[in-house]
Design a protein around this ligand. Structure first.
Ligand code: ATP
Ligand code: MG
Length: 345
């Protein structure tokens, strides 16, 4: 039995977590879940960090965290707990695979299959801001050579281990010559160590435009924190829905698995959210823990469910979908498919 920390989060978090836990439990993966409460409720209860010391201890003890989305207030309010957790736990790499499930899920891009490797601790995303004068505010963009080396090496190692052919670096070093310039420079240096993997660089703006129009031209993309956040929403959405993609946050000691999307308060509490993003994260977690058979069984049952046209509202399509289901019914359909699919790779 392996102990895993779970946090049910805010908005649609509890519903999608419930669906995912039901699927994992039914797969018989030998996991014990230890729940912590983080996010909005903790914040409103008076702890302005959104997380208690006791919860930090549980996360550090179990080392693996499956986390549903938590609400980050726009503009004012408390500092993003997502950002705090990634930084405090040293989760330097955020891996976000986005793949089209053509012809079973509607997409204009049937050949999309990209993995975004996003730097997770530095850049403007560190949220280091201050007010200079009454009318001027400032945000610090921090990029370090060790930070670039870690994430770029991770991207090439990932490409090598998963049989990917190309790594594309996105930066804006024509404008930010020092910060993005360093990222690009380190990319060029590390690329030379991997002669079997094609390496190229694009300026982020035109790169994103191509990604939105010709995603099949991309394989692995490595980029800094803020750009990675934006382009992974683009890639997941053009694959079909932001509700489909999961992500893995990797550090030297701990790892955190989560959906790429946020807490979607507009659809919370209605049993209509797609639990697939969190499920994809949970499947990656099972592989990470060495439970490959259970992970493969769930993945295949999930694919079969989508192939059968059993779809949540976000991916429902008049031509392709057969049955519109809610969050919990989708989970039941995945479980019902366990017996119909192989649990080997
Ligand atoms: P964050 O800053 O936390 O990433 P965001 O502003 O990017 O949040 P999300 O919470 O990701 O916003 O949601 C954007 C929209 O996408 C939601 O309003 C919702 O309609 C849709 N959405 C997000 N996740 C899902 C899901 N799992 N299933 C269905 N629709 C979703
Ligand atoms: Mg978002």
């Amino acid at each position: 039995m392996r102990k895993v920390t779970i946090a049910k989060g805010d908005g649609i978090g509890p519903e999608i977590m419930e669906a995912v836990l039901k699927i994992i439990k039914k797969s018989n993966a030998p996991i014990d879940f230890e729940e912590i409460e983080i996010g909005e409720k903790v914040y409103l209860g008076g702890n302005t960090s959104g997380i208690s010391e006791a919860s930090w201890e549980v996360i550090r003890k179990n080392k693996v965290l499956l986390k549903a989305p938590i609400t980050t207030p726009q503009g004012g309010g408390y500092k993003s707990l997502n950002v705090t957790m990634r930084k405090a736990l040293g989760l330097f790499a955020n891996i976000r695979p986005c793949v089209s499930l053509h012809p079973f899920v509607a997409t204009n891009f049937p050949n999309l299959d990209v993995v975004i490797v996003r730097e997770n601790e530095e850049d403007l995303y560190a949220g280091i801001e201050h007010q200079q004068t009454d009318e001027v505010v400032q945000c610090l963009k921090l990029i370090s050579r060790p930070g670039c080396e870690k994430i770029i090496r991770y991207a090439f190692e990932y490409a090598q281990n998963y049989g990917r052919k190309k790594v594309t670096c996105f930066s804006k070093d024509n404008i930010m010559k020092q910060t993005d310039g360093l990222f690009h420079q380190v990319f060029k240096e590390i690329a030379m160590e991997y002669p079997n993997i094609e390496a190229n660089h694009m300026i982020i703006d035109i790169g994103t435009a191509y990604l939105a129009d010709h995603p099949e031209k991309f394989d692995v993309i490595v980029t800094s924190n803020l750009y990675g956040d934006i382009i992974s929403d683009v890639a997941a959405q053009i694959a079909g829905s932001v509700g489909l993609a999961g992500s893995v946050n990797i550090g030297n000691e701990c790892s955190m698995f989560e959906a790429i999307h946020g807490s979607a308060p507009d659809i919370a509490g209605q049993n209509i959210a797609n639990p697939s993003g969190l499920l994809q994260a949970a499947i990656a977690m099972l592989y990470h823990l060495g439970y490959a058979a259970e992970a493969t069984k769930i993945q295949n049952a999930w694919l079969k469910t989508l192939e059968e046209g059993i779809h949540t509202a976000d991916i429902y399509n008049d031509k392709l979908s057969k049955q519109l289901v809610g969050t919990s019914e989708f989970a039941d359909a995945v479980i019902a498919n366990f017996e119909k699919v192989p649990s080997i790779l």
